[in-house]
Design a protein around this ligand. Structure first.
Ligand code: HEC
Ligand code: HEC
Length: 236
């Protein structure tokens, strides 16, 4: 084969590989958004959700409080729409964690209805139990930084927004919050928007620590009740 033919063959290979990769990524994104809308539209059955939640309780606890060391997040009382979004994202590799990729898989949660049911169950859990917090030295600073930069989306009390699929941050474990922010900045949490990553990347270490500590000490907002899945039907 002449040099130019070899170059051309190599180029064709690259083009093919790139288009296969793009097609694969595109298919994952479109399946993800299809499952997400189907789960949001489903009428959740909290009793079925309770049965499905038995698998989750091994790590998140029967009450959904996560682990006290803060590596497993609290999901009790989280907006159902947010739980659905995260499960779908793990399933389609838009968010990475080996444990969650397994537990959000089809062999555990077969259908979008299963995702809706387990999310509705988690959302109505009241959530009581110990919480992981920081050392308390930067909470004042964190409170100001949060009010300036985060409150307009995550809410002045960290209550998030079910309709816009913005997570509750108040009362979440300190270690978990901090790790998510580092992961996002380091490119290990692909479902964060670019503008969110840029916002976090601009903050100093003290800001991140202070914000996480401040948030972890806030009260978790009131439970939204088993109907939260239903109320979110107008989301999209
Ligand atoms: C083997 C342990 C384990 C099991 C079982 C498990 N999880 Fe998780 N879960 C985790 C860990 C660890 C994380 C944090 C991973 C990360 O950093 O992305 C997590 C994260 C999540 C999140 C994201 C929370 C947030 O604030 O963004 C949701 C939602 C969730 N899990 C729901 C579930 C559900 C529902 C089940 C059951 C079907 C389940 N998990 C089973 C360990 C587990
Ligand atoms: C423009 C709206 C917006 C702003 C401003 C914003 N966020 Fe977010 N944030 C979001 C959305 C939407 C998500 C959910 C992303 C996803 O689906 O993974 C999120 C997710 C998060 C998470 C992950 C929560 C979890 O349970 O895993 C953390 C932590 C977080 N944001 C912290 C912050 C902090 C700190 C600030 C301020 C410096 C901030 N955000 C500003 C919209 C916003």
């Amino acid at each position: 084969m002449s040099a130019s033919k070899a170059t051309q063959a190599a180029l064709e290979c690259v083009v093919l590989a790139t288009s296969l990769f793009v097609a694969h990524a595109w298919a994952a994104v479109s399946s993800a958004s299809r499952d997400f809308s189907a789960a949001l539209r489903a009428q959740p059955d909290v009793n079925r959700g309770a049965t499905l939640f038995r698998d989750c309780a091994a790590c998140h606890g029967a009450g959904g409080m996560g682990s006290e060391e803060g590596n497993v997040p609290r999901i009790a009382g989280q907006h159902a729409s947010v739980v659905i979004r995260q499960l779908v994202d793990y399933r389609y590799e838009q968010r990475w964690d080996i444990r969650m990729e397994h537990f959000a898989g089809r062999h555990i949660l077969g259908t979008p209805q299963d995702i809706a049911d387990v999310a509705a169950y988690a959302a109505q859990l009241v959530g009581v139990g110990p919480r992981n917090v920081g050392d308390g030295e930067l909470t004042e600073h964190g409170s100001r930084a949060y009010a300036d930069q985060c409150a307009h989306c995550h809410g002045s009390s960290g209550e998030g927004n079910a309709k816009d699929v913005v997570p509750i941050l108040a009362g979440q474990h300190y270690e978990y919050l901090l790790r998510q922010m580092y992961d996002a900045v380091d490119g290990r949490r692909p479902n964060f928007s670019r503008s969110h990553v840029r916002l976090l990347a601009r903050l100093e270490q003290d800001d991140l620590v202070g914000i996480a500590d401040f948030l972890s000490r806030l009260d978790w907002p009131e439970s939204h009740g088993p109907t939260s899945g239903e109320r979110q039907q107008d989301v999209r």
